[in-house]
Each structure stands twice: as structure tokens, then as C-alpha cells.
Design a binder for this molecule. Structure first.
Ligand code: UGA
Length: 439
């Protein structure tokens, strides 16, 4: 089947490449000529393990191409995937400008009846609206299928071939059958729904996972006062199949381009229908506080952060990505700088992105030894393998004061104590920093 995918961000690119991999002829379209030129040479604009090899393989097989010209590529295709961004507006609602722009592009380019498959995360009701929006601008028959995406950054290539379900929402049986056929090659269970349900499944899934994270973080905070190790608590809870072990890892909260945006958008959707979604507001508030948890602990141990040298181990919002959108690291750095601390960061791939935000206000270290050198405290922000595998002796040999605050629970409390490190980790009982307050 000839398929056009509009948008080469995480969702569009991974979708296009995966559809090519299962045998379809796919052209990915983007208005960014630079991006397209790179992709034509199999260079990925995003850091995503495994994606470049798949791009190269499918270009060589003649199944995958990239273009800036929607009109010329859409002539052969009756199926167009829409995978452009829906960024957050100031009030938390989703900005549909890019979607509408792309929808107009589709209306002006197609030369036959077309199924538009919406991968972008859009508020409930948007797909109905989009159908009318495109239909008004074209004589050809438009069908809309909502096909929300559930892949995670950093493991997107794995997720796209091993998802738990493919959700297809439509009120048009013929379009649904077409999409079912397209997706058969993934061998993933297909769940067919109405349009609004599909749209809501996406928001509700992300909001529920965010709720699990905020819930376990709140329990972690209580464990610090009552005693109890959050790692044991999470494991014990997760063994109950009704609860499940996924997304119960406590730490410094969720970041990224999805959970923060989608929880806000869902809250906005609820407000629009006069529903007070207090639960999701609490999840959002708890996450905001949790992102600054390490700074709060740091402040309780150094009476004054002015002039203190603080090392950040990791800045990406999660490992295996260079994405720093809504990452805890950004608010942590902002607060540390506000308090007059000197900030040094290390991240295997995301440092340059953070440097672009803070410029000369922060120092970027090329190695872990360098970031730890002369530091008064190190904050573990992202659980990269490089960071998990640090030789504990590095903390005592490199740092001015070997104080480690672990926001991702990667080190062992006892081993840290034996290595002579003053150590705190979220939710693992009482604070382990026994050293005097350094002033
Ligand atoms: C998330 C969803 O997991 C995907 O299903 C969805 O498709 C995607 O959003 C999207 O809407 O596009 P993603 O944001 O890439 O994926 O990453 P996650 O692995 O879900 O992690 C999100 C954040 O939660 C990270 O900051 C991570 O560190 C944090 N997290 C995750 C925890 O703090 N604890 C956990 O137990 C799990």
C-alpha cells in the first residue's frame, strides 16, 4: 500500500519507518527542508536508538522516501497519516495550528478519496472537526481514523513492533477495514472504537501512567518520614497483577514532551465540559514539587548554596534520548542558579541541548570525572548506564565534598556508606547525609 506520512518528529518518523519495514511503500513529508535532506541520507534528526539502521535499510529496499512536496507524493496514495505536533498553549490546551495547516495541505493536494489517519494527540472531538475542516476544502470523500500512538522515546523502535494494542477509532467501516489491513503486518492486537473513545484512550492512558508515577512519589516522600524503602514498596505493590509493576519507579517525577503536556490538556478538556478533575490537578502539582525534591534536600544540608559547585549527572528527561523537554533538570538548574550555585552538567547525549538553554551560565563536562571535580554535591537526574556504573571511589576522589543526592534510585545505600559518600535517595527511609552542614 502507498502511504504518505506528514510530520517527521518522533511519532511520524517512527510510524513511517515501521510501516515501510512491514512492507508498505511510504513517503514521509516535512516542511523542514534541512530535516528532509538529512533523512534522505539516512541521518535521523532525533536521537533514537536503532532508527537510523531501519531508515537506511528501507531506503535501500526502495520502500521509504522523504520529501517536502506533499502535492507530488500524495498523487499515488489514498492514505495519509497526520503526525504533526500539538504543542501546549499557555492555558494548557492543545495548539492545533500545525494540524490545521497540514489538513489544509491535504485538502489542496489530494486527487482521490482519501483516508486521513490522525496519529497526533488531539483533544476529544478534534477528529470529527478535522473531517469537516478538510471536507469543506475538497470535492473528494474524506474518511478519518484516529490511531493514537503509545510508543516511548528511547525505546520507540522496540515499542512500535511490540505494542500491547493498536487502537483504531472511526465511524466509517470501510476506512477501518483499510487500516486494519495496513496494520496486519505488526501482528499486534487491534482494538476498534469510535472516534472520541480513541482520542480519550490516548489522554487517559498517559494521564493514568502519570498518576501512577505521582502516586508512588508521594508514597516515597511518606516513606522518608515513616521508614520503609520505596523500592521494596514498589516491588511488593507491583506483584499484585491488579496493580502491575510498570511505572511505579519513584524518583524526581515525570518529564518529556507527553505526560506534562497531556495531563494539562486533559485537565483543560475536563474544564471545558465543566468538570472539576481534581485528581489530575493533584498529579500535576505533585510532579512539579517532586522535580525540585533534590534541591529541597540540598538546601536542608547546605544552609547557603551561593558559590557551591553542584554537578548534575544526566539532564535528559529519561535515558536513551537527547530530549530535555519538561525535564526535571531544567527546573533544577534554574533554581540552583537562582540560589547562586555554580552548575556543571554531564549527559552522554543531551548536554548540547541544555547548553542551548542556559549558555555560559552552566559548565558542560565531557566526562563524569570532570563533572564531579571539586563538586560540593552531585545530583543524579537521569539513570543512564554510564551514571549507574560510576565507580564509587570517583565520588570521594574527585569531589570537594562527596555528597550524592540520587533522584533515580540507582545506587545502593550501604555501598555508598561504605565508600564514604554522604548519600540521599528519594524514598529510601531516613536521610543518610550524616556530615556536618558545610557553610
Ligand atoms: C510516554 C508514554 O509512556 C507512551 O506510551 C506515549 O506514547 C508517549 O508518552 C507519548 O504520548 O508520545 P515517553 O514520554 O516517551 O512516553 O516516556 P516514558 O518512558 O513514559 O517516561 C516519561 C517520564 O516518566 C520520564 O521522565 C520517566 O523518567 C518518568 N517515569 C517513568 C518515572 O518517573 N517512573 C516510572 O516508573 C516511569
Amino acid at each position: 500500500m502507498n502511504i504518505v506520512v506528514i510530520g517527521t518528529g518522533y511519532v511520524g518518523l517512527v510510524t513511517g519507518v515501521a510501516l515501510a519495514e512491514i512492507g508498505h511503500d511510504v513517503c514521509c513529508v516535512d516542511i523542514d527542508a534541512n530535516k528532509v535532506a538529512k533523512l534522505q541520507k539516512a541521518i535521523s534528526p532525533i536521537y533514537e536508538p536503532g532508527i537510523e539502521a531501519l531508515i537506511e535499510k528501507n531506503i535501500e529496499a526502495g520502500r521509504l522516501s522523504f520529501s517536502t512536496d506533499l502535492k507530488s507524493v500524495v498523487v499515488d496514495s489514498s492514505v495519509v497519516y497526520l503526525a504533526v505536533g500539538t504543542p501546549q498553549k499557555q492555558d494548557g490546551s492543545a495548539n492545533l495550528d500545525y494540524i490545521e495547516e497540514a489538513a489544509t495541505g491535504i485538502a489542496q493536494s489530494i486527487n482521490q478519496d482519501t483516508v486521513v489517519v490522525v496519529k497526533s494527540t488531539v483533544p476529544v472531538g478534534t477528529n470529527h472537526y478535522l473531517k469537516e475542516y478538510i471536507q469543506k476544502q475538497t470535492p473528494y470523500q474524506i474518511s478519518i481514523v484516529s490511531n493514537p500512538e503509545f510508543l516511548r522515546e528511547g525505546v520507540a523502535v522496540h515499542d512500535v513492533f511490540h505494542g500491547d494494542r493498536i487502537v483504531l477509532g472511526a465511524d466509517d467501516e470501510v476506512a477501518l477495514e483499510k487500516l486494519e489491513m495496513i496494520n496486519q503486518g505488526f501482528h499486534i492486537p487491534i482494538f476498534k472504537t469510535g472516534l472520541e473513545s480513541a482520542e480519550m484512550i490516548k489522554y487517559a492512558s498517559n494521564a493514568f501512567l502519570a498518576t501512577k508515577i505521582s502516586f508512588i512519589n508521594e508514597i516515597a516522600n511518606i516513606c522518608e518520614k515513616t521508614g520503609g524503602d520505596i523500592r521494596e514498596v514498589s516491588k511488593g505493590m507491583g506483584m499484585d497483577s491488579r496493580i502491575g509493576s510498570a511505572f511505579l519507579q519513584a524518583g524526581i517525577g515525570y518529564g518529556g514532551s507527553c505526560f506534562p503536556k497531556d495531563t494539562l490538556a486533559l485537565n483543560h478538556i475536563a474544564k471545558n465540559v465543566d468538570y472539576d478533575f481534581g485528581l489530575i490537578q493533584s498529579v500535576i502539582d505533585a510532579n512539579k514539587a517532586q522535580q525540585l525534591k533534590l534541591v529541597k534536600v540540598l538546601k536542608s544540608h547546605y544552609s547557603d548554596l551561593n558559590g557551591k559547585q553542584i554537578a548534575l549527572l544526566g539532564v535528559a528527561f529519561k535515558p536513551e534520548t537527547d530530549d530535555i523537554r519538561e525535564a526535571a533538570s531544567e527546573v533544577i538548574i534554574e533554581e540552583l542558579l537562582r540560589c547562586g550555585a555554580k552548575v556543571s552538567i554531564f549527559d552522554p547525549v543531551a548536554s548540547a541541548n541544555m547548553k542551548a538553554v542556559f549558555g555560559n551560565k552552566i559548565h558542560v563536562a565531557d566526562t563524569i570525572s570532570e563533572v564531579l571535580l571539586q563538586a560540593d554535591a552531585a545530583l543524579v537526574v537521569t539513570e543512564w548506564n554510564e551514571i549507574k556504573n560510576i565507580q564509587l571511589a570517583e565520588f570521594t576522589s574527585q569531589m570537594n565534598h562527596p555528597v550524592v543526592l540520587d533522584g533515580r534510585l540507582v545506587f545502593d545505600k550501604l555501598e555508598m556508606k561504605q565508600a564514604g559518600v554522604s548519600y540521599y535517595s528519594v524514598g529510601t527511609g531516613e536521610l543518610q547525609i550524616n556530615e556536618p552542614i558545610y557553610i
